[in-house]
Design a protein around this ligand. Structure first.
Ligand code: GBH
Length: 434
């Protein structure tokens, strides 16, 4: 059955940050620091999904969606390292309600809301966080695995490393640049240990969600081509290679020919077989040779021009998704598991969101056009307008509009369009020949 779903994340929708024993995550700390988030917004209330989830599940059912990707908040489940049955109870009720409506629950176990207590011990810079992650995953699996068979370990470890620890525009707000690289490895190690815990609990479909981007060199010059290759290594290969083929790409260009944080046996742990690869796609990236002002990076960003842009300013390039899928197939061959598009979507204002319809329509067509790739699911980011990290409530990605004063939900034109699409073509998307 092809999975048609939407995706959300705990800190972006739940609110209820101090209820039922939840303790602070790095995002609570960060969003309350002055100047971090546009207009000082926080996730304290967000979409109040913690209380309004029955209405949100009803919205999914009404649209005919057969899957829901949500994330579990680690600081609800293991505040200060102790199991919190009340926090787990929330996900327990949610999973029951989904199953009752015939919606496949697809929990993501880490979507950036690390318990602050673990950040105080170094967060993902601390190797021990990998093991703590697997302990937490085992607790969640024990409670939910009788009903949950499909799991996602991590969401976008690249973004968490770069924005959270490298550049500081996300929590925990560190600015370590390339010294953030151990965060990649410790997250990946956590992924591998989590896969083991999930297998032990009878999981049937385990994956990771990596955000990937086609990398376009700014020109054909050898310098720009080399820069593009360097960026591809950092953004795409650093997170896909270890998981799929059990090896890191060559990081010499980043001054780390032999990363000292990788220990014997780690890559075997990281590279356990997966049943799917989750791909989050938003747009391609254009890369040029380093600029005149050296910043230590072997590339610089260049603008992708000649395309419409979303309210966020991101270029709309549906064919980039086809290109990405085909390039994954070319790079990994038979080592590439079935693909699930675990996020794709756009920020636009308004309830008559014709631009969002065009965006989704174009990207779903691109999935169909990709040759030789076995795509088994497509999740729109997002069900609801929500807390868009550093942008606060300014960027609206929802199929459903949320009035953040009243919490009123209003389905947008795109919601009706998607409902229609799913109803018309049934659950199956055309599989492409290999
Ligand atoms: C995802 O991250 C997250 O998983 C989700 O929580 C979030 O709400 C959602 O996307 C929307 O942001 O500078 O024009 O090249 C997405 C990560 C990083 C994708 C920045 C697009 C660059 C756009 N994004 N990226 S551009």
């Amino acid at each position: 059955m092809f999975l048609w779903g939407t995706a959300t994340a705990s800190y972006q929708i739940e609110g209820a940050v101090d209820e039922d024993g939840r303790e602070p995550s790095i995002w609570d700390t960060f969003s309350h620091e002055p100047g971090r988030i546009r207009d000082g917004h926080t996730g304290d209330v967000a979409c109040d999904h913690y209380h309004r989830w029955p209405e949100d599940v009803a919205l999914m059912a009404e649209a005919g969606l057969n899957a829901y990707r949500f994330s579990v908040a680690w600081p609800r489940v293991l505040p200060s390292g102790t199991v919190n049955p009340a926090g787990l109870g929330f996900y327990d009720r949610l999973v029951d309600a989904l199953c009752e409506k015939g919606i496949v629950p697809v929990p993501t176990l880490f979507h950036w809301d690390l318990p602050q207590a673990l950040e105080d011990e170094g967060g993902w810079l601390n190797r021990d966080t990998s093991r703590r992650f697997a302990d937490y995953v085992a607790v969640v699996a024990e409670r939910l695995s009788d009903r949950v068979k499909t799991w996602i370990t991590l969401n976008e470890p690249f973004v968490h490393m770069v924005y959270g620890y490298g550049l500081g525009m996300h929590a925990p707000g560190r600015t370590l640049l390339l010294d953030a690289l151990p965060v990649a490895h410790h997250q990946l190690l956590g992924h591998g240990l989590a896969v083991q815990a999930l297998r032990a609990s009878g999981a049937e479909r385990v994956m990771i969600s990596n955000n990937c981007t086609p990398v376009w060199p700014a020109s054909d010059s050898p310098e720009d081509l080399a820069a593009a290759e360097a960026y591809d290594t950092l953004h795409n290969r650093l997170f896909n290679d270890p998981v799929l083929i059990g090896a890191y790409p060559d990081l010499t260009v980043y001054g780390r020919p032999e990363p000292d944080f990788v220990r014997t046996g780690d890559l075997e742990t990281i590279a356990q077989p997966l049943d799917g690869l989750g791909i989050n796609y938003y747009n391609p990236t254009r890369i040029a040779r380093p600029g005149a002002e050296p910043d230590g990076l072997p590339f610089q960003f260049a603008a992708v021009t000649g395309y419409p842009t979303t309210a966020f300013g991101w270029p709309v390039v549906p064919d980039g998704l086809r290109e990405l899928l085909e390039s994954l197939r070319a790079r990994y061959g038979t080592a590439l598991p079935p693909i699930y598009i675990t996020e794709n979507g756009c920020s636009y204002d308004g309830i008559d969101d014709q631009e969002r319809i065009a965006y989704l329509d174009g990207h779903i067509a691109a999935v169909r056009a990709a040759r030789g790739v076995d795509v088994r699911g497509y999740f729109v980011w997002s069900l609801l307008d929500n807390f868009e990290w550093a942008e606060g409530y300014h960027q609206r990605f929802g199929l459903v509009h949320v009035d953040f004063e009243t919490q009123k939900r209003t389905p947008k034109a795109s919601y009706r369009w998607l409902k229609n699409l799913i109803a018309k073509q049934g659950p199956e998307i055309q599989s492409t020949e290999t």
